[in-house]
Design a protein around this ligand. Structure first.
Ligand SMILES: [Zn+2]
Ligand SMILES: [Zn+2]
Length: 308
């Protein structure tokens, strides 16, 4: 029996032989619910098994959103018109390269991510992550997602920086750096150990949050994961447009920030924001390097003056 409605009699009344019939019943008996709440509650009621309903939904959400967001970038790569906004215009990924990446990502999704996704619901129940309708307010969801972005970015900065040290780079992170000019699909092209440890920032931070607050809705988590997937794919797109988000929010990293990381291998370790690399002086690229060297030179000169 599903926990999507607090009232179990309602679940029995609404459940029908097909998903569309169940949805029709939701429209009849629960007209006050919003559009998404109706589809959500019909899904859980129809499935009648929350473990399977959550597992299948998360797996499909991840696959659909990742490839759906990567597709426009694949199409843009085939159109010379867009080259003027390509960050490394001479390095256009071939169809063969993208096909290799696609196969590897799909295989890794099934091998690495399928198991945690299937065991996710029992953990949600234990932690108090709710699937019930109605959903929390949009304001609450926006605040939580904003916080997850900040926490994930912090985790990503330090874990990614660590991945650039010696053996971690050689045996794990090197795979992700196969493409010096990244493209949308390559966002999740990585060693399984990297997928799991960097993935902790996306899934583990909301878990820590619910352990502390005792309150989080699974729908908020779905929206957050979608936003994070879009951010990851876009930052690997290789394109920086005049209308890209970083032009309006100067602290947003975007493709320009991460492309430099792939190009120069050093610096720009954060995922969503620029503040960690800025404050800890790890910005990538020749301009940042020249500015860093200039600052070091001034400091060395002033130290030399002091000691004279
Ligand atoms: Zn890296
Ligand atoms: Zn990358």
């Amino acid at each position: 029996m599903s926990a999507v409605f607090a009232n179990q009699t309602l679940v029995e009344l609404i459940r029908d032989k097909s998903y569309s019939e169940t949805l029709k019943n939701v429209y009849t008996f629960q007209p006050q619910l919003s559009f998404f709440e109706k589809y959500w509650s019909a899904w859980y009621t129809y499935m009648n098994n929350d473990v399977l309903a959550t597992g299948l939904m998360f797996f499909l959400l991840h696959e659909f959103m990742y490839f759906f967001r990567s597709l426009p970038w694949f199409i843009i790569d085939q159109m010379p018109y867009f080259r003027k906004w390509k960050l490394q215009p001479t390095k256009i990924p071939s169809v063969k390269e993208q096909w290799h990446c696609f196969k590897s990502v799909i295989l890794s999704h099934f091998l690495v991510e399928a198991i945690p996704i299937w065991t996710f619901h029992p953990m949600c129940v234990k932690l108090g992550i709710s699937v019930e309708v109605p959903f929390p307010s949009i304001k609450r969801m926006a605040l939580e997602i904003g916080l997850f972005f900040i926490l994930e970015d912090m985790w990503h900065y330090w874990a990614h920086r660590l991945f650039h040290y010696g053996i971690f780079y050689k045996y794990i992170h090197k795979q992700h750096h196969r493409y010096a000019a990244p493209f949308g699909l390559s966002a999740e092209y990585a060693h399984p150990a990297e997928t799991m440890s960097l993935g902790f920032g996306t899934v583990g931070m909301p878990i820590l949050y619910v352990m502390y607050t005792g309150k989080l809705h699974l729908f908020t988590l779905c929206v957050w994961i979608t936003c994070r997937l879009f951010q990851a794919v876009d930052s690997h797109s290789g394109y920086d447009f005049p209308w890209s988000l970083n032009k309006f929010l100067p602290f947003w990293a975007g493709a320009e920030h991460h492309d430099l990381h792939h190009h120069y291998f050093i610096g720009n370790y954060a995922s969503s924001f620029r503040w960690w690399d800025f404050c800890l002086d790890t910005e990538a690229g020749p301009e940042a390097k020249a500015a860093r060297e200039e600052r070091m030179k001034i400091k060395a000169e002033s130290n030399a003056k002091k000691s004279n």
